[in-house]
Write a protein that binds this ligand. Structure first.
Ligand code: SAM
Ligand code: SF4
Ligand code: SF4
Length: 361
C-alpha cells in the first residue's frame, strides 16, 4: 500500500465566496447543472473514538494528529445561524455527523436548538453507536427524528479489527435496540462493504435485520480523503451485494421515496422488510446530488470529494449579517459544478482530497 499523505486539518485551504451569479429571489436555488439544494450535513466534530481503517486509519490519525482546536469549532449558535440561512433556501433535511457526533459535548442541546429554530426540518444523525445507548433518550426528547448507526460486521473479531478501537459488536447492537425503544425505529444500519474484509458478512447482515423493521444499507467503499488506501479492487459493486442477498432472500426493487435519494431500495418478497444499496462508485448519483456539507470549522463543501471549502466562518466571525450568509450560500450553490463520481479517473483518484471525518460523511 502507498504511504498515506498526512493531512493537516488545521490549515485546510479555503475558497473565497464567489460573487452572486444572479439575485436568488424567493424560489429554490439551482446549481450550474440545475440541481436543487435539499440536504445539509453538519459535521459537529472532527474527532472520533474509532479508527475505522477505511476512514481514520490509526497510522495517520495517531496521538499527534492535529485535530481542530476548540476555538476553531463553530459554536452551537453559529451552527444554528448557518442552518437557518440554508433553511431560508429551502433545505428539508439536516444530518448531524462527524467524526463521531455524539462525542461533541452537549450535542443534544444543539439538536434542541435546531429543532426549535426549524421544527419542520427532518433532523437526523449518523453515529458509530458507541454512546447512543446513553444518549438516545435525550436526543429523542430534544427533537431528533431519526438515527443511522454504522455497523460493518456482526462478527466480533472482524468488527473490532475494522473499528481498530477494540469496540465490541454487542454494544452497537444494544445501542440499536435502545434507540428503537426510545422511538427511533426503524433504525438505518450502514455497512461499508470492503472486499476481503467484511464482504463475507453481507448475507448475515441482511438476515440479522430482516423482520426487525430496521433497514440495512450496504455502502460501496469510497475513495474519500487521501489516507484510506482505496483501490477499485476493494469495492464490492452493489449489484453483487443484491445478487448475493437475493440468492438467499428473494427481493425486488422499490421506487424511491423522493428525488435525489441516494440509497436504492430493495424489498424482500416474503414481506420481511427492505434493505438499501448505496452505489457511490459503480453508479454515480451526481446528476441528482442535492447535498451541501458544513465542516466542523465552518466551511461549506459542495461535494464529498472536494479538496477545499468556502469560508463561511469568516462571515460569521467578521460581523456578517444573516443576509450576508444567505447571499453567500446562494452564490456558492449557483456556481456549483461538482460531479466527481461521474468523472472519477485514475488521475482524480490520486489527487489529495479532504478527509470524510473532517467534513462529515
Ligand atoms: N462516526 C459516525 C459513523 O461512523 O456513523 C459518523 C461519521 S462517518 C464518516 C459517516 C458514514 O460514512 C459511516 O456510515 C461510515 O461507515 C461511512 N464511511 C466512512 N468512510 C467511508 C468510505 N471510505 N467509504 C464509504 N463509506 C464511508
Ligand atoms: Fe469514526 Fe465514523 Fe470514521 Fe469510523 S466511520 S472512524 S466511526 S468517523
Ligand atoms: Fe454529490 Fe460529489 Fe458525490 Fe457526485 S461525487 S454524488 S457531486 S458528493
Amino acid at each position: 500500500m502507498p504511504k498515506p499523505v498526512i493531512p493537516v486539518a488545521v490549515v485546510q485551504p479555503r475558497l473565497a465566496i464567489p460573487p452572486l451569479a444572479r439575485e436568488p429571489g424567493a424560489g429554490p436555488l439551482a446549481d450550474t447543472r440545475g440541481r436543487g439544494l435539499r440536504d445539509l450535513r453538519i459535521s459537529v466534530t472532527d474527532r472520533c473514538n474509532f479508527r475505522c481503517t477505511y476512514c481514520m486509519p490509526r497510522e495517520v490519525f495517531g496521538p499527534d494528529y492535529p485535530f481542530l482546536p476548540q476555538a476553531e469549532l463553530l459554536s452551537f449558535e453559529e451552527i444554528v445561524r448557518v442552518a437557518r440561512a440554508f433553511h431560508g433556501h429551502g433545505i428539508a433535511k439536516i444530518r448531524l455527523t462527524g467524526g463521531e457526533p455524539l462525542l461533541r459535548r452537549g450535542v443534544e442541546e444543539l439538536v434542541a436548538m435546531l429543532h426549535e429554530a426549524m421544527p419542520a426540518v427532518d433532523l437526523t444523525l449518523t453515529t458509530n453507536g458507541s454512546a447512543l445507548k446513553q444518549k438516545a433518550r435525550a436526543l429523542r426528547a430534544a427533537g431528533l427524528r431519526r438515527v443511522t448507526v454504522s455497523l460493518d460486521s456482526l462478527d466480533d473479531a472482524t468488527f473490532r479489527a475494522m473499528n481498530d478501537a477494540d469496540f465490541p459488536v454487542a454494544k452497537v447492537l444494544e445501542a440499536i435496540d435502545a434507540a428503537a425503544a426510545e422511538g427511533f425505529a426503524p433504525v438505518k444500519v450502514n455497512m461499508v462493504v470492503r472486499r476481503g474484509t467484511n464482504d463475507h458478512e453481507v448475507v448475515a447482515m441482511a438476515e440479522r435485520f430482516r423482520g426487525t423493521g430496521h433497514i440495512v444499507r450496504f455502502i460501496e467503499f469510497m475513495d474519500v480523503g487521501s489516507t484510506n488506501g482505496w483501490r477499485m479492487d476493494d469495492v464490492v459493486p452493489s449489484a453483487e451485494v443484491v445478487r448475493r442477498v437475493g440468492e438467499r432472500f428473494p427481493c425486488v426493487p422499490v421506487n424511491p421515496l423522493h428525488h435525489g435519494e441516494v440509497a436504492k431500495r430493495w424489498r424482500y418478497e416474503d414481506g420481511a422488510g427492505e434493505f438499501g444499496i448505496i452505489s457511490s462508485v459503480t453508479e454515480a448519483f451526481c446528476s441528482t446530488c442535492n447535498r451541501a456539507r458544513l465542516s466542523t470549522d465552518g466551511a461549506i463543501y459542495t461535494c464529498l470529494f472536494a479538496d477545499r471549502g468556502y469560508d463561511l466562518k469568516a462571515i460569521l466571525r467578521g460581523g456578517g449579517t444573516d443576509e450576508d450568509l444567505s447571499r453567500a450560500i446562494a452564490a456558492i450553490w449557483q456556481g456549483r459544478e461538482d460531479r466527481y463520481s461521474e468523472i472519477r479517473t485514475a488521475e482524480t483518484a490520486r489527487a489529495r482530497k479532504v478527509e470524510m471525518s473532517f467534513i462529515g460523511g
